[in-house]
Write a protein that binds this ligand. Sequence first.
Ligand code: BJW
Ligand code: ZN
Length: 231
Amino acid sequence: MNLFILTGAGVSAESGLGVFRGPGAALWKRYNPIRLATPEAFAHDPALVHDFYNTRRRNLIAASPNAAHVALARLEAELARRGGAFTLVTQNIDDLHERAGSKNVIHMHGELLKARCASCGAVRDCRDDLSVDSRCGCGGALRPHVVWFGETPLDTDEIYEALAAAEIFVAIGTSGAVYPAAGFVRAARARGRRCCELNLEPSGNAEEFDDRRYGAASEIVPSWVEEILAR
Ligand code: BJW
Ligand code: ZN
């Protein structure tokens, strides 16, 4: 079996990390996350954007993986044992998949616990708050190592290669509003692959999926994983 899994903010919602769109998006009381996630916002008001990511970094460090993350780590380990192939691509910048035990996670929108130099591009671990005064050794300003609108997502060659090879495409907890991830289901369908959506409610491109399951990720992901492993 060759599985390609795409996760979004919904998989971490029950760990207390906010979603961007849909029910629960009201979690962001002080910020409009969509308007802050741009290079223009960072250029205009870097202190506000740092504040947004500093708050999220502190929340992340205090959070724990939930049953959905744990089930996906179990699926990866079990498929490896059985000689199957498994790719986990996440749009999330949190590290909850890794903390649940997932070994190979592709973070296409970057990682909150890393910072990047805006001048030389060097990436470093970052668990503390950043500010407009945070500097790289080269003197350049540090920014969160995340992918904002208009920027190029990470590891896209590797992602499209894995997507082309997969037999089953599964989208979990993502609204299907942001490209290129929102286009993966169409690319998989074009190759005749089976596509499955697991979400709290139908996403923007729900009709493109053959198999749809709705409910909280902490419930539907573990039961779907058990079903897959029983095949
Ligand atoms: C639950 C649940 C529970 C809740 N259980 N489920 C016009 C047409 C097409 C494209 C474009 C266009 N205009 C511009 C573009 C491109 C643009 C884009 O897509 N814009 C759209 C607004 C249209 N995209 C880009 O600019 C991207 N770059 C790009 O395309 O470069 C060109 C290129 C492509 C390919 C190769 C090479 C070059 C970059 C996008 C960067 C996105 N960045 C952000 C923020 C940074 C990280 C951060 O701060 O965290 O990434 S935006 C934000 O949205 C974040 C997320 O990763 C991303 C996706 O959100 P996600 O994960 O889907 O979350 P939500 O909140 O939307 O949905 C949550 C879901 O969970 C919901 O469905 C709920 O129902 C569900 N849920 N609780 C299960 N308990
Ligand atoms: Zn630098």
